[in-house]
Each structure stands twice: as C-alpha cells, then as structure tokens.
Design a protein around this ligand. Structure first.
Ligand SMILES: Nc1nc2c([nH]c(=O)n2[C@H]2C[C@H](O)[C@@H](COP(=O)(O)OP(=O)(O)OP(=O)(O)O)O2)c(=O)[nH]1
Ligand SMILES: [Mg+2]
Length: 134
C-alpha cells in the first residue's frame, strides 16, 4: 500500500494560570477517518518538506501564520485497513492570527482532560500519551 505523508500541527496556546489549550478540528463525514477529531494538517505535496506542508495547511485550514520553525516532535507510522499513513507531528506555539475552522469544519480550543475524552483516529494514540506525559 502507498504511504501517505501528512504534516500535523499540535497548536498550543500557553496558559500558566488556566493550563495549556490545544486547537482541534473535526474531520468531515466524507473524509478518511470521517467525523473524528484531529490536529489540523494535511498531505505533504511533492517537492515540499513536511514543515512547509504544515505551514501551508495551517494557513488553509485554520487561518494562522506559523512563526519561525516549529519543532518536529516525532513521526507516527500507522496502517489503517484502507490506508498507510506517516504522520509528522509538530508542536506549534508561535503563530499570528486567530485559529478558526477556516474550511467550515467544527473547531475548538480544549484543555488536556477534554482532549483525552475526544475520539481521534487510531494513529493519534501516541500523540495523546505524549501530551499526557509532559
Ligand atoms: N490532519 C490530520 N490527519 C490525520 C490525523 N490522524 C490521522 O490518522 N490522520 C490521517 C487522516 C488522513 O488519512 C490523513 C490526512 O489527510 P487529509 O485528508 O487531512 O489531507 P489534506 O488535508 O491534504 O486533505 P485533502 O488533500 O484530502 O483535501 O492523515 C490528525 O491528527 N490530523
Ligand atoms: Mg487536512
């Protein structure tokens, strides 16, 4: 099966008083892994680095301008029955603009306990444990 490379952004609003908040979106029903929550992002185009793809996708999907060079935390290689994905997981805590569901998708800022209660695609389990262990 062909591997699909995907750039994924964990967008964080740092808040030492109230606890950090994470920006999550809901995938459309017709998409792969439809109706599940996700960290915004999308496929890496030919000739693009994962970091470039991240910046492009976060502008398109969420309307933010990523500042500087976001940190690549780790990669997740996961085989769904119908698709093999390689996710490049970045942390994004420096950006300009207000994050919104720029393509009409449901979107919200959530704290870690709420995040943990949402239904994400199977591949995301490692991301959630990573955030919980920090
Ligand atoms: N963006 C994102 N994709 C994820 C996550 N977890 C996960 O398994 N995926 C999978 C679902 C999809 O198979 C793939 C992302 O593809 P996508 O459909 O969002 O790609 P895209 O934004 O470029 O959209 P398009 O080309 O289909 O219009 O990665 C996640 O947290 N965020
Ligand atoms: Mg996408």
């Amino acid at each position: 099966m062909k591997v699909v490379n995907v750039a994924v952004g964990i967008i964080i609003k740092r808040d030492s008083m109230d606890g950090d908040k994470y920006f999550v979106c809901r995938r459309a029903a017709h998409q792969h892994q439809g109706n599940k929550w996700e960290f915004p992002g999308g496929k890496v185009d030919t000739g693009e680095t994962p970091r470039e793809a991240l910046k492009r996708e976060l502008k398109e999907e969420v309307g933010i301008d990523v500042q500087g060079d976001p940190v690549l935390e780790f990669e997740i290689n996961h085989k769904y029955p119908d698709k093999h994905v390689n996710l490049y997981i970045f942390t994004v805590d420096a950006f300009k603009g207000e994050a919104t569901g720029n393509e009409g998708q449901e979107a919200k800022w959530v704290n870690l306990p709420t995040l943990s209660s949402l239904e994400f695609p199977e591949a995301n389990a490692a991301i959630i444990s990573h955030l919980q262990s920090n």
